[in-house]
Design a protein around this ligand. Structure first.
Ligand code: BEZ
Length: 219
């Protein structure tokens, strides 16, 4: 016997959050380094990251660490782009205060998004927050403008810059050699290869046919 149809799930009112494999929503905006159109960065990797608010402690610690690692990202052909809903004057005052207080210049652009249009397009708005603060979103965008990875952290937990570097290095290794990177992979570590699913191959490889490591070819 069939019962009544289940109630339909509520349809989210916000525009859908992009997923891995989607084109990164393009935007043009004012930044601390002048006007920026995201698609002008084609040909380079981009780490677009949102932070909840300027002049907050966790965000400040992240910006100091990201500023210090900027050259490492650039050497990977990767540009850092920060974003929050704060205004450009607020961003500029905060970056100046970081320089004055910690001696660190932030060399990457920080996008203002007072209308929240960019935050909405990327699904960065924290539905649980009382304010319009964005979550700590990171979008790794490849040189063709495709989102290849995303992470979302709550406002209370700072991100790991070394993990963001590792993520870009792993994505580049995957693209270069068509391989897979295992847990905690770092450049130079063994990679893993997809199992060949034939009876002969499985028999020849042995019991652990589903996890085979191989030497990583140097970049
Ligand atoms: C922070 O970066 O410290 C922070 C930002 C928003 C809410 C809570 C903490």
């Amino acid at each position: 016997m069939t019962g009544p149809s289940p109630a339909p799930l509520p349809v989210p009112q916000e525009s859908a959050t992009p997923r891995i494999g989607d084109a990164a929503p393009d935007f043009s905006a004012r930044t601390t380094r002048g006007p920026l159109t995201l698609s002008d960065l084609r040909g380079q990797w981009v780490l677009l990251f949102s932070h909840p608010a300027d002049f907050t402690p966790v965000c400040t610690s992240e910006f100091i660490a990201l500023a210090k690692a900027n050259d490492q990202f650039v050497s990977l052909n990767c540009r850092l782009v920060g974003l929050s809903i704060d205004s450009l004057p607020s961003h500029l005052a905060w970056l100046e205060a970081i320089h004055t207080s910690f001696g660190v210049r932030v060399p990457f652009p920080v996008v203002e998004d007072p209308s929240m249009a960019i935050a909405r397009a990327y699904g960065m708005l924290d539905a649980s927050a009382e304010s319009s603060a964005t979550i700590r979103g990171v979008y790794a965008i490849d040189p063709e403008g495709i989102i290849r990875a995303m992470t979302w952290y709550p406002a209370s937990v700072g991100r790991s810059v070394s993990e963001l570097l590792r993520l870009i290095q792993a994505l580049q290794q995957v693209d270069r050699d068509g391989v897979l990177t295992p847990e905690g992979w770092l450049p130079g570590d063994d990679i893993v290869v997809p199992a060949e699913l034939t009876e002969d191959a499985v028999t020849a490889t042995g019991l652990a046919w589903f996890l085979q490591y191989a030497r990583c070819t140097p970049a």
